[in-house]
Design a protein around this ligand. Structure first.
Ligand code: HEM
Length: 172
């Protein structure tokens, strides 16, 4: 199936918008984590953790899934395919990996982060073992930057992964 030009452009716009929203949300996370760690003001730190714990996960997951869905539609609807070219296959793996990490690693810790923020804002002297919050924005922003660079340069050519898989199973 190959798109008509008009539909391809429409899906491409949606794809770029969702990927950009995802990167923007990651930048907000990085800023909030930075304020949470570095500020001297407990009220401000509490607010940063509260915002992190309350607002971040779902918009991040939704933009990640939209990027995945629009990317898959574009892959299937153009000559690029899903695993026909390395640059698309790598982006597919990165996108699925990041969405899984959001659900499995990030989301479960958020209620505790929010509760910690609320108590800190209320002036309570709390010590709490915050799950490491620095890694998510670093890992995510790095992978999304790689994905953006891959999208623009489209390096490495064809992967022929499908043929290899079929050959590996002895089907010719
Ligand atoms: C990981 C997050 C992703 C980011 C940041 C991203 C970013 C981008 C960007 C900026 C473009 C526009 C490139 C250009 O027009 O020169 C693009 C195009 C494209 N993306 Fe993604 N993408 C991501 C995930 C995916 C996924 C998961 C797939 C499919 C499995 C995918 C498939 C495609 C395809 C096929 C195009 C080319 C569409 C065309 O030219 O018709 N992307 N992507």
């Amino acid at each position: 199936m190959v798109f008509r030009r008009r539909y391809r452009k429409l899906w491409l716009i949606l794809h770029i918008l969702s990927a950009s929203a995802w990167i923007g949300i990651d930048v907000i996370v990085a800023v909030l984590v930075g304020v949470g760690f570095l500020s001297d003001d407990p009220g401000r730190r509490g607010l940063a953790y509260e915002a992190l714990g309350t607002f971040i996960v779902w918009p991040m997951l939704v933009s990640g899934l939209l990027s995945l869905i629009t990317g898959v539609v574009l892959g299937l609807g153009t000559k690029w395919g899903l695993i026909r070219y390395w640059w698309v296959a790598v982006k597919l793996v990165a996108n699925v990996l990041l969405c899984t990490l959001i659900l499995v690693l990030l989301r479960p810790g958020m209620p505790a982060v929010q509760a910690y923020g609320v108590r800190l804002s209320a002036g309570e002297d709390v010590s709490f073992d915050i799950p490491s919050l620095i890694m998510p924005p670093i890992v995510s922003l790095s992978l999304l930057t790689v994905a953006t660079v891959l999208s623009v340069y489209k390096p490495w050519g064809r992967s022929d992964l499908l043929q290899r898989l079929v050959r590996g199973r002895g089907v010719s």
